[in-house]
Design a protein around this ligand. Structure first.
Ligand SMILES: [Mn+2]
Length: 586
């Protein structure tokens, strides 16, 4: 595997921390001045929610609803961000005395965005306000019909607002006529097209210090503002940070700035949660004991919460997150466990089929893989697309067709802004939405070939010069003596690791391994000790058996490794080897 060093933004010597810590701060672009705030990630560093200008109008409208006992429909989304966001609003507003109910659209039959059915339900059942979470920024049609029916639609969302596409004014004109939209100046004076809602809360529309909040994070800011307005005890709200952590990690937004505080504090709450549903889910998944970290969310909790929306209905997960009844929680959690197994099977089938198609593509002409089928379950294609991106390090679009209409899931790489690209080629699309790294789209069959062609022409211009070969990303090179120091205490402060703050990886060159200590475990894993310069370090190389020969035959080796923390054990950390080669220093 190729080793690629991450760019260090500032010289490590500028920081007041051990070198190994300074390297990580530097590759994370944390300035020396901001280092302390990053490491300690304290709640006192939450930004003032009223920095979001539109929040005042929303808080005042909601206060009016409380006073007049008006019914509020919380409209969520079917993924873990939208579900935990809806559960968060429901729980907190219920505590404050609001008259709330919820609506989550069905993924397969209603699709992405604000549901027309929800608007009709709200009108028929006497709701006065619809409050969205994690969705709505492109709800042009629904916003119009809500207005027409006399409902106040309040949108809270974090998705990219539609930018007026300077490349194709024709398309804008078309959507203007079709959707009753208006232009709004954004703070950088570029233009957005926004739905005609009562109010829109989206950190990407305002001069807010952290534009990368997840949907659940935006909902949390609104609640902070409501709690301030009603002078309620915010400690009570912080007990719900477990939900914020679930949605924030699950939505794969960068864990820096406010998201980092949400997740750091939220993981503590999640570890000792007071919610029946979360405890039941942890129990059936086998992670009841011990600290919860982002890995547990990404690979264990979030997939189970998402499985309901993909295979059945997201309401089942919403129920789990709001119930106080332990027995009910247990039954719901077991159901999610079952749905998740089913999801896994479907995902494997799609991945295998897409892989087969991908291997037939000419890599020089297909910088973006656009693959399609009529058999794929729309609810699962996004995960399969992510796995293909990992495999090939290229953007991937998987589309599933039902007659003439295809619905697609797009996943991208850092170097390729998917949302921007789809905006460019929107004349071929019925609709689209999402982010830089992940989008959804709708396309007619007759436009597929042209879309594929134009997209790849553009992509090859953009990507052909870049090094897309998969590589091991390394934060920096260290010396044995750097590992002797008392760095581990600081190291613990760098977590949680995840998107935007990946688990640190270091290289160590020209190391002599204590050959007599090499051991193979279960014919797969290899462990050994480094015993040099009065330093004694244990190293473990999972699935490292194929490198056994290099290890036992080289005088010195170069290692790439991350740190494995071992709570209450000695030594309190070990090196987790990720790659190893004969030393280049010889
Ligand atoms: Mn989201």
């Amino acid at each position: 595997m190729k080793w690629r060093y991450r760019k260090q933004e500032f010289p490590p010597s500028w920081y007041d921390y051990p070198k190994i810590i300074s390297i990580i701060l530097s590759t994370r672009k944390i300035t020396p001045e901001a280092a302390e705030e990053f490491l300690y990630a304290h709640k006192k560093n939450f930004y003032d929610p009223f920095k979001l200008k539109s929040i005042t109008r929303i808080v005042e409208r909601l206060a009016e609803a409380l006073e007049n006992r008006e019914k509020i429909l919380i409209h969520g989304d079917y993924d873990v961000d939208g579900i935990s966001g809806a559960a968060l609003l429901f729980r907190a507003m219920d505590r404050l005395g609001f008259y709330v109910d919820h609506y989550i659209p069905h993924r397969a039959s209603e699709g992405y965005g604000v549901s027309q059915k929800a608007i009709e339900k709200a009108a028929k059942e006497g709701f006065k306000v619809i409050l969205t979470v994690d969705t709505g920024i492109s709800a042009f049609g629904p916003a119009y019909s809500a207005k027409f029916k006399g409902l106040d639609l309040i949108i809270t969302d974090h998705h990219e607002p539609k930018r007026a596409n300077i490349n194709s004014p024709k398309v804008i004109k078309k959507s203007l006529q079709k959707n009753f939209v208006k232009f709004e100046e954004d703070y950088k004076t570029s233009k957005y097209i926004l739905p005609e809602a009562y109010a829109i809360l989206n950190p990407k529309l305002e001069a807010y210090p952290d534009p990368n909040l997840a949907g659940v994070g935006v909902a949390f800011k609104l609640l902070e503002a409501l709690y301030t307005y009603f002078d309620a005890d915010s400690e009570e709200l912080y007990e719900d940070l477990d939900l914020v952590a679930l949605g924030t990690v699950g939505d794969m937004v960068p864990l820096v700035k406010e998201n980092r505080i949400f997740v750091k504090k939220g993981l503590e709450v999640l570890t000792n949660s007071n919610k029946a549903g979360i405890n039941a889910l942890k129990f059936v998944a086998g992670i009841s004991d011990g600290e919860i970290n982002p890995f547990h969310i990404s690979f264990i909790l979030a997939p189970r919460i998402n499985a309901a929306g993909r295979i059945s209905h997201a309401n089942e997960s919403f129920e789990l997150l709001i119930t106080e009844d332990e027995e009910k929680a247990f039954a719901l959690a077991e159901n999610l466990q079952r749905l998740n197994n089913k999801r896994r099977e479907e995902e494997r089938a799609i991945f295998d089929e897409a892989m087969e198609q991908a291997l037939k593509l000419d890599l020089k002409e297909n910088y973006v893989f656009v693959l399609s089928s009529e058999r794929w379950n729309y609810g699962v294609i996004g995960i399969a697309a992510s796995k293909l991106v990992e495999e090939f390090r290229r953007p991937v679009i998987l589309i599933t067709f039902e007659q003439d209409i295809g619905r697609g899931s797009c996943r991208s790489i850092e170097e390729f802004d998917m949302h921007d690209t789809l905006t460019r080629f929107s004349e071929y699309l019925e609709s689209f939405g999402g982010h830089k790294l992940a989008c959804g789209l709708k396309i007619r069959k007759e436009n597929l070939e042209k879309f594929k062609e134009e997209l790849n022409l553009y992509a090859s211009e953009l990507l052909s010069g870049l090094d897309l070969e998969p590589a091991l990303e390394i934060d920096g090179d260290v010396q044995l003596s750097d590992l002797k120091e008392d760095f581990i205490e600081y190291y613990r402060l760098l977590s949680p690791f995840g998107v935007g703050n990946p688990e640190p990886v270091f290289s160590l060159k020209g190391v002599a391994v204590d050959r007599s200590s090499i051991k193979v475990h279960r014919e797969r894993h290899v462990s050994f000790w480094i015993n040099e310069q009065e330093i004694k370090l244990r190293a473990i190389y999972f699935d490292g058996q194929e490198k056994l020969k290099v290890l036992s035959e080289s005088d010195k080796v170069d290692l790439a490794f991350s740190i494995n923390l071992r709570d209450n054990e000695t030594p309190d950390f070990e090196l987790k080897i990720l790659d190893l080669k004969p030393s280049s220093n010889n």
